[in-house]
Design a protein around this ligand. Sequence first.
Ligand code: SDX
Length: 432
Amino acid sequence: MAPTASIRLGDKDYPLPVMVGTEGEKAVDVRKLRAETGYICYDQGYGNTGSCESAITYLDGDNGILRHRGIPIEQLAHKSDFVETAYLIIYGELPNAEKRKAFGMLLRQHAAIETQMQRIFEGYPTKAPPMAMLSSIVASLAAHYPDLATNNFEKDLASFELAAAITISKVRTIAAMIYRYQKGLPYVFPKQDLPFCDNFLHMMFTEPYKDYVAEPEVARALNMLLLLHADHEQNCSTATVRTVGSSAANLFTAVSAGICALSGPLHGGANSAVLQMLQSIYDEGDDGTRFIAAAKQGSKAGRLMGFGHAVYRNFDPRARIVGEACEDLLNKLGIKDPLLAIAKKLEEAALKDDYFLSRKLYPNVDFYSGIIMRALGIPVSMFTVIFAIGRTPGWIANWREVAANPKGRIYRPRQIYVGPVKRDYVLMADRP
Ligand code: SDX
């Protein structure tokens, strides 16, 4: 028997439909509540509210489960790669050999940034926040590819395959160019014969007279890192992309808005905050004890970065995978990073501490990812940019669900007004 719900307001009961997802998630459908009762629901930050039906990613925060189009993240992390997982997330199925080849070709064909777009970089101070540069330069794709960004769902869906490939490929190239621009180095152009991650590392680290050729384990580590960030249900930046997309804004514009949302330290900025936290613990000669004591004071500023999650009340499955990959990579590269030892001590101490256990605070994807990126030679300032490259397929897939939904509506939440009640205008200032 399908579950039912009703809400009693005063002395009247109002029956409400119940929705049940394919994984058994249940929701009370309140779409008619306001029309029938005049009441709205209140859920600050929407932590208990479903904004959409989506078939892309399933996340069970209590049991630490994450699946993309039904496939567990653990299997994808160990058997797939970033480009194949991006295809799965966007198109719903793993690509066969022919589709994988065609997708890879599109990414390579559209890897370069045209000369006119390159001029945008010169308008930024070299010390500009990389995410500020990334969001605005990605937004400019709508100006450079207006036929793919008409702000008309039907037209933009008709050219979606090309727009999606351009977005994934050029976000990666723009990221590498931002790095080069900020270091005062000449741009390195993509190579048609290099795979996605190898090309990114080539564009980042090639020196004037020495081509950078990524070691297989380095390219594999970056591949896994991007794959693990590819999508994550209705997180802050993905919800932003859906909100912007719901106004019929084009894909490039919506992804640019997602980059802006991701830049915040409570979201995508956490990976660099973790590294800064570990470095300060190391510089102070602390073993993490003082830091953990401070983190338990509950102030947002003193939090243990890379710990806790808005959804996971168990281990973030990605954190386990990144933690293992981190140790493996450092061993393979023969790197002894003292920050890894501090991170492991912090994790061990926190997971024995009732403050964290009682609040179900476990390491999240950001806790170890920064140490891997540091081992790859990526500077802390670029950590969130790497997260953005990884998350691009998820943003694209979610924009497509919004654009393709014939019953979709513009996102327009309501509010509870708590400002001044009606009052008259009184001239306060002596006007000339
Ligand atoms: C990402 O949503 C996603 O899916 C995001 C993401 C993705 O892939 O897109 O997974 C990526 O954003 C991971 C999270 C990265 N952020 C951090 O690591 C920053 C540190 N963590 C937090 O600030 C916090 O845990 C959040 C923002 C992630 C979650 O915040 P919530 O769910 O709103 O938790 P809360 O603020 O309600 O905290 C509940 C309690 C509070 O204590 P009490 O008021 O009950 O006494 O837990 C405490 C908080 O003070 N708390 C922490 C803590 N996180 C929460 N205390 C110390 N250290 C922390 N990290």
